[in-house]
Design a protein around this ligand. Structure first.
Ligand code: SF4
Length: 383
């Protein structure tokens, strides 16, 4: 769905731009050196927008130092205190995330909008189910249906947007997050029919890697496949690295972005005559440990495009590792580089043709050798 295009530092969100992958730092923001180090690692992994918590003035005062030492847009996450928001804007952040409902008086919100307008800084208006006004008034939330919850979230978001619009400000990004998937999906669907400000997708308090990845993939899959969502954050009780890797994987799986090397491997079964699980994990580790420039090579950054049938080739290089002759040759032939297993050996395919037979203890080495000889060669040499 076509949304308004909003500039966030050196990139855009919405209006047909690629769905952006973002994360939030987990360091103390006031410890700006540690924060910069964490952001730099995330940049390498493909983080496109980074948000930092600004809980106090010490954190707000170091934002310009953080900004100077990173390459991606910086977003300040602020609650309750308008002074922190104004300071963050003056420090040069590219976007602020506020919930006008908890900033206090309209006068205080106005001070933030005036500063944002002056510096041309976008504002994300975020509504989280956990901080809805209705929760403060009653315990009715627990008794509400998914539909009622979603309507309540959208209602509060629209009220917040109205406050900002009345001040003639429209560089707005929105978010509607709940910790349960059906409410998040419905709230975003309802909002998308009402307004055109770009949407940041997320599930709050999604949990650890296991449950968080499943919840995020389920919610984002449903929404993104309808064209709802302009940027995503996979919130995990884990290192932010995992949030970025998962975010990219979700977008690649949906055919919305392309990036890196894609491994296709079979689940193995009683027909498999090699230690395929171990081999594939070794291969994945080696690919992950490649120099940064290889891993981040060739992000498609293409206009959003829907899967319309046929094979999705959304990764610059596809590597298939298959256990036996049932599906092995077909998948291996279809990939850029592939191996179809036999009894202790495998047939190595390159661009659909068998090039040699190799013992299983050489599979990883041979695949890596072929990757190095592929389109990545020139980049490898320059690293
Ligand atoms: S490719 Fe062969 S070993 Fe792998 S799951 Fe299929 S049948 Fe089993």
């Amino acid at each position: 769905m076509k949304t308004k295009k909003v500039r966030i530092g050196n990139i855009y969100i919405g209006g047909g731009e690629p769905v952006r992958v973002q994360s939030m730092t987990k360091t103390k923001t006031a410890d700006w050196k540690s924060t910069v180090n964490q952001i730099r690692k995330l940049q390498v992994l493909g983080c496109e927008i980074i948000r930092v918590a600004v809980p106090d003035m010490n954190s707000a005062k170091v934002l310009s130092k953080i900004k100077k030492n990173i390459k991606i847009p910086l977003v300040a996450d602020i609650h309750f205190d308008w002074r922190l928001a104004v300071e963050a804007i003056n420090q040069g952040v590219d976007k602020i995330r506020i919930n006008p409902g908890n900033i206090g008086s309209r006068e205080n919100v106005e001070k933030i909008i005036i500063a944002a307008k002056k510096k041309k800084v976008a504002i994300r208006v975020g509504v989280n189910a956990g901080s809805l006004k209705i929760l403060k008034k009653s315990d009715s939330w627990t008794k509400m249906s998914t539909k009622e919850r979603a309507y309540q979230m959208v209602k509060e978001l629209l009220e917040n947007i109205k406050i900002i619009e009345e001040m003639n400000f429209s560089d707005i990004v929105v978010s509607l997050k709940a910790n349960d998937v059906p409410t998040t999906i419905l709230a975003n669907e309802l909002y998308s029919k009402r307004r055109k400000y770009p949407i940041h997708l997320g599930i709050t308090e999604a949990g650890t890697e296991f449950s968080g990845i499943i919840k995020s993939a389920a919610a984002f899959g449903v929404l993104l496949n309808q064209g709802i969502g302009d940027t995503i954050r996979v919130s995990l009780t884990a290192l932010p690295d995992e949030e970025i890797k998962t975010g990219w994987e979700i977008l690649k799986t949906l055919g919305l972005r392309k990036r890196g090397i894609e491994i296709i491997s079979c689940p193995t079964c009683g027909r498999c005559q090699t230690d395929l699980i171990k081999i594939v994990h070794q291969l994945e580790k080696q690919i992950t440990n490649y120099p940064p420039r290889i891993r981040q090579l060739a992000d498609g950054a293409r206009p959003r495009q829907r899967f319309s049938g046929g094979q999705i080739t959304n990764s610059p290089l596809k590597v298939a590792v298959m256990g036996c002759v049932v599906n092995g040759p077909g998948e291996a032939r279809d990939a850029d580089i592939g191996i179809a297993g036999g009894k202790g050996f495998g047939l190595l395919f390159k661009k659909g043709k068998v090039i040699k037979k190799i013992p299983q203890n050489k599979w990883v080495v041979e695949i890596i050798k072929e990757i190095k000889n592929s389109q990545y060669k020139s980049v490898l040499e320059s690293v």
